[in-house]
Design a protein around this ligand. Structure first.
Ligand code: ADP
Ligand code: MG
Length: 698
């Protein structure tokens, strides 16, 4: 019987099974050792591996191959080469050599480098990363063999997000293995950073999408009055999924299964037209690739169904935004999850040690995490009533929170709270023991049973940045705590107690959405960067530079280049939004409002002509209200044009970004305000673009 899951799973992945089948056992063993990070990749096997990949890919219809990499745009990049070549008799042959597999050279000057590379020193190298599987991209347009690679400059600096990610995996491996061995006497050769990203997105009708320049150019609506019904009744969350959406989801799942993505969960999210897809967790390197492939598949498949996917963090003002919950844990090569509390967490020193290391790391680097999980779009979401605030705090839950309190207050923890039996009052259902801890959906960084769920990450962001920083800061924190035990000869419980006492301010179990928490957090000295621009400085903070350099994840120069890129990204993003607003206001909204005023004026004249005694006060009032708002809009429009022109004269970097944030962004709000009011006044037939209601309820 045909089954679209079984029939398709890993169909397009050069997986272990295919490797075993197509490689000699000697080459297979060498490659496997490298994949498992146990040995350096042996270059002599490259030709045989490339030849096997070529054979496999060609049988499946591939005509091209590409090095697939993740430059600092946050997207993926590819440059296709066909397998075509010729032999000495000028006869066409298909070729893919070991060298082509291992290394690519590209004129990379058009990728952002943040000053790492001048245009006249444009060489960039892509190098095969065998720890992420090779796969086939199969679309209606053909099949391409994709080789996951890292991307570095001529001088070896990372020009991408994968190189630092791999470095961070090495760092956290090194420190975790050391701690396990030297403190707890546990032999471990390798740990996996496990990550399961839950991806939220909006789905809208493509014809309507195409009528909105703001959605096309910026991914979010820059204008739009609230629909009469938004999410107030919460009817959408977990609601029955509509059939056309299910058809779309089915195709996405099949595409992802083919690529070996464990696409698992799908459901309606809180806002109308909002959905979520989540895979089962994977090792962070593969999870990062898979999340990129998931975003691509969502976008591509939507178009087959005349739909459009919006990955922006806040496509609609006043409506729930989209995030990407980054579930994160550390698992040893014997399958032990280091964040598994076990039955007696208060006695579980390994668990308490690693938990404490995370608490310390998050407290010491909160602003960095805020930065790493965001882009300009996340500003609209953080601090909204539905998403975590821009302040980072950790939720531990009742059970672990209680243990931490015992340790801080009494120096030791003697008991662990137990989950009660769930009392439903219904005899026919099985009674079971609840989790010892409830959830806290308001927390940006929640301990959820055996993993941390970092909810701040923006829906359009690559998860690489977040996990690079998370791995790096936790590695450093583990190292410091291990030194306390191993070098300073302190008892491990004592180190845990000292560290928790020092960093307890980051723990918060209450409601993160309240004003009181904002005040309390300020008292505790926790950073609250409302804007992404204000968080970028965390990248070049001396503490960050020290931690990242010590753990060989980023050099100072690499961090500086990233800061420069982000300031540029911020300025460009707001520039594009402002220009789009100017265009829409000038060419669409204002002409539509004038048409409406014309219609009203004509009506007044006509009514008066028809009857001397007829009262036109209401129509005149409408005309007057409209003209007041129109004037307000026109003034803001002119102001916005001026401000953008000034912004572009500011020196690139932090100055320009701040000008865009403080000046341009504010005027954008001043332009939106009257236009949104006008939308509620003006005849719907005259309104030039689909409304929030049209976009979200169809
Ligand atoms: P929740 O409903 O609490 O968010 P789920 O079980 O739905 O939790 O899991 C959410 C995501 O977390 C999924 O991608 C899941 O595979 C992932 N996940 C579960 N356990 C772990 C773990 N130990 N490490 C990392 N991710 C995990
Ligand atoms: Mg979740």
């Amino acid at each position: 019987m045909a089954n679209c899951l079984i029939d398709n799973f890993e169909k397009n992945v050069f997986n272990d099974e295919v490797m075993k089948e197509r490689l000699s056992s000697e080459v297979y063993t060498k490659l496997k050792m490298a994949i498992d990070n146990r040995e350096k990749l042996d270059i002599s096997i490259a030709d045989e591996v490339a030849s096997a990949m070529k054979g496999w890919a060609i049988e499946k219809g591939a005509t091209h191959f590409t090095h697939w990499f993740q430059p600092m745009t946050g997207l993926t990049a590819e440059k296709h080469d066909s397998f075509v070549s010729f032999d000495k008799n000028k006869k066409m042959i298909l070729e893919f050599s070991g060298k082509e597999l291992i290394q690519g050279e590209s004129d990379a000057s058009s990728f952002p480098s943040g000053g790492l590379r001048q245009t006249f020193e444009a060489r960039g190298y892509t190098t095969w990363d065998c720890t992420s599987p090779v796969f086939l991209k199969e679309t209606k347009a053909g099949v391409t063999l994709c080789i996951p690679t890292i991307f570095c400059s001529y001088t070896g600096e990372a020009l991408d997000k994968k190189t630092p990610l791999l470095r961070s995996i090495r760092a956290i491996n090194q420190e975790t293995i050391r701690a396990l061995k030297e403190i707890f006497n546990v032999e471990c050769n390798k740990i996996d950073v496990s990550v399961g990203p839950e991806q939220e997105y909006f789905l809208v009708d493509r014809d309507k999408y195409l009528k909105r320049e703001d959605l096309i150019f910026t991914g979010r609506t820059l204008f739009g009055a609230q629909a009469p019904k938004s999410q107030a009744v919460e009817a959408h969350y977990y609601g029955t999924i509509k059939e056309n959406v299910l058809e779309f989801m089915k195709e996405v799942n099949i595409e992802l299964w083919k690529l070996g993505v464990y696409a698992k969960t799908q459901h309606n999210e809180a806002a109308p037209a909002q959905y979520e897809i989540a895979p089962i967790y994977n090792t962070v390197n593969i999870a990062t690739d898979h999340n990129q492939l998931t975003m691509e598949a969502l976008k591509r498949v939507a178009r087959h169904h005349n739909l459009e996917v919006l990955l922006h963090e806040k496509p609609f003002k006043g409506v729930n935004g989209s995030g990407k919950h980054n579930n994160w844990s550390l698992i040893t090569d014997s399958g032990k999850n280091l964040f598994s509390p076990g039955k007696m967490p208060h006695e579980n020193n390994i668990f308490l040690f690693f938990l404490t290391a995370v608490i310390k790391a998050v407290d010491e680097n909160a602003l960095l995490l805020r930065m790493a999980s965001s882009g300009p779009g996340n500003d609209f979401r953080l601090g909204g009533h539905e998403a975590p605030p821009a302040i980072i705090s950790i939720y531990l839950g009742d059970q672990i929170g209680d243990i931490v309190n015992q340790i801080i207050n009494t120096g030791d923890a003697k008991t662990s709270k137990k989950g009660d039996v769930l009392n439903t009052g219904v005899d026919s259902v099985i009674a079971f023991r609840k989790d010892a801890t409830d959830r806290n959906r308001t927390s940006p960084f929640a301990f959820t049973g055996n993993k941390f769920e970092f909810r701040m990450v923006g829906s359009s962001e690559s998860i690489a940045c977040t996990n690079i920083m998370l791995n790096g800061i936790v590695a450093d924190s583990i190292r410091e705590m291990t030194d306390e035990v191993v070098i300073n000869k302190k008892n491990v419980r004592e180190v845990i107690k000292e560290t928790l006492t020092k960093h307890q301010r980051i723990i918060f179990n209450g409601n993160n959405y309240t004003e009181e928490w904002k005040k309390e957090a300020k008292k505790r000295g926790l950073p609250n960067a409302v804007s992404f621009v204000d968080s970028i400085k965390a990248l070049i903070d001396p503490h960050t530079i020290e931690v990242m350099d010590r753990n060989k994840i980023y050099t100072k120069t690499e961090l500086e280049s990233r800061a420069e890129i982000y300031y540029g990204v911020y300025a460009k993003t707001i520039n594009i939004e402002a220009m789009t607003m100017i265009e829409m206001a000038s060419k669409q909204y204002i002409p539509a409002v004038i048409k409406y005023m014309d219609k009203l004026s004509e009506t007044i004249v006509n009514v008066k002509q028809a009857s001397n005694s007829a009262d036109t006060t209401v129509i005149e009032k409408l005309l007057n209200d409209t003209s007041i708002l129109l004037l307000e809009a026109k003034e803001a429009l002119e102001n916005l044009k001026e401000k953008v022109a000034i912004a572009e004269t500011k020196p690139e970097g932090v100055k320009r970004a701040l000008f865009y944030r403080k000046e341009v962004f504010t005027i954008m709000g001043a332009l939106r305000y009257p236009i949104d009011k006008l939308e509620l006044l003006v005849d719907a037939d005259l309104w030039p673009v689909p409304s929030y209601g049209d976009l979200m309820f169809n």
